[in-house]
Design a binder for this molecule. Structure first.
Ligand SMILES: [Zn+2]
Length: 336
């Protein structure tokens, strides 16, 4: 009988001992376990590539081999990625395939790195030899990663990939070039609504700035006595949008001819203001105001130096997106 066929037909109980035998031979038979029922870890192409030497396997240490090849488990809270939260991608220790993005990693408290989403197609799910759990393995090379659990209610996706740190490497994300801008144009919900839609804007935060009280609350700011303006801090990628484009949008989405008010919202906390972070931003703001004045507008926007930015209470963030509403006094109109 063909030796591969015999291997497949014996099923999972035989996987570990047989794999041990064949790995010694330097052949990629390990990749083939579970080939029947279409539950294969590795496609035929991958196996062929492996046999042609296209997929490079890293030489494993004894402990790596215990986990990755012999489906062992590292001790809880011992792995180097258990408490590791850095932007980047976790890859297969053995073949280098990308498995998980750092954005899917969450704190489960279980003692092993936990992810609620795999990179599409990167991880194969397979009934565990124990007949109870579901094993997860690298789809490219079959390296044992750990187990996957459903229905624990730990994240919205309700999935926990419980992965041995030793089965993975980590590739940090390249540092993205970012810049900041701060705008105030009345109710910060509306200001944020428009700015967060700009391609190249990475994040927006609503908050308070330009006042004289530390850590102000919404209630305090609403009294009009703290000097703060409701504002939005924008983090953007300068290779995708510019400060000038953001500042133009700021002017085009509120009434900058109103002094200390926007529509029904009255008070200095609703003032139109640009808080510049450097001289270049200031120059851009001043030039845009001059352009608007030439167009006949009576611009009331204040150009103020950057001040401490206090993020607002959580319920103010992404207000319109969360509530499915649109702003009442931040309506886009083209000016520039
Ligand atoms: Zn792999």
């Amino acid at each position: 009988m063909n030796i591969k066929k015999a291997f497949f037909n014996k099923g999972w109980v035989l996987v570990v001992p047989l794999a041990c035998i064949f790995i010694g031979g330097g052949f990629g038979l390990w990749l083939l376990n579970g080939e029947e029922e279409g539950e294969n870890f590795a496609s035929k192409t991958v196996i062929e590539d492996f046999n042609k030497g296209k997929i490079m396997h890293k030489k494993l240490t004894a402990e790596e081999e215990r986990v990755i090849v012999h489906k062992g488990t590292e001790a809880p809270f011992s792995g180097k990625y258990n408490d590791h939260y850095v932007k980047g991608i976790y890859t297969c220790k053995r073949c280098g395939a990308e498995l998980y993005e750092s954005s899917s990693k969450f704190k489960s408290g279980c003692g092993w790195p936990s992810f609620d989403e795999q990179i599409a197609g990167a991880v194969k799910w397979q009934p565990d030899a124990d007949g109870v759990r579901t094993e997860i393995a690298c789809a490219q090379c079959g390296a044992h990663l750990g187990h996957v659990f459903l229905g624990e209610g730990l994240t919205q996706k309700d999935v926990r990939h419980c992965v041995n740190s030793i089965s993975m490497n980590f590739v940090p994300a390249q540092k993205q070039q970012t810049e900041k801008a701060i705008f105030a144009s009345g109710c910060f919900w509306g200001t944020e609504y428009h700015l967060q839609k700009v391609p190249g804007v990475i994040s927006t935060t609503v908050g308070y700035t330009g006042g004289h009280v530390d850590n102000p609350t919404y209630k305090q700011v609403c009294t009009d006595k703290t000097g703060h303006a409701e504002a939005v801090e924008v983090v953007y990628d300068p290779s995708k949008t510019t400060y000038e484009q953001l500042a133009k949008l700021f002017f085009e989405t509120h009434d900058f001819t109103q002094l200390n008010r926007q529509g029904p919202d009255v008070g200095t906390q609703y003032r139109s203001a640009i808080f510049y972070l450097d001289q270049k931003q200031k120059q851009t703001a001043v030039q845009l105001v001059e352009t608007l004045e030439k167009k006949g507008y009576d611009v009331k926007t204040q150009i103020e130096p950057v001040d401490k930015f206090w993020p607002a209470e959580k319920y103010h963030h992404d207000y319109y997106q969360t509530n499915g509403k649109t702003p009442y006094c931040h309506i886009y109109r083209k000016i520039f």
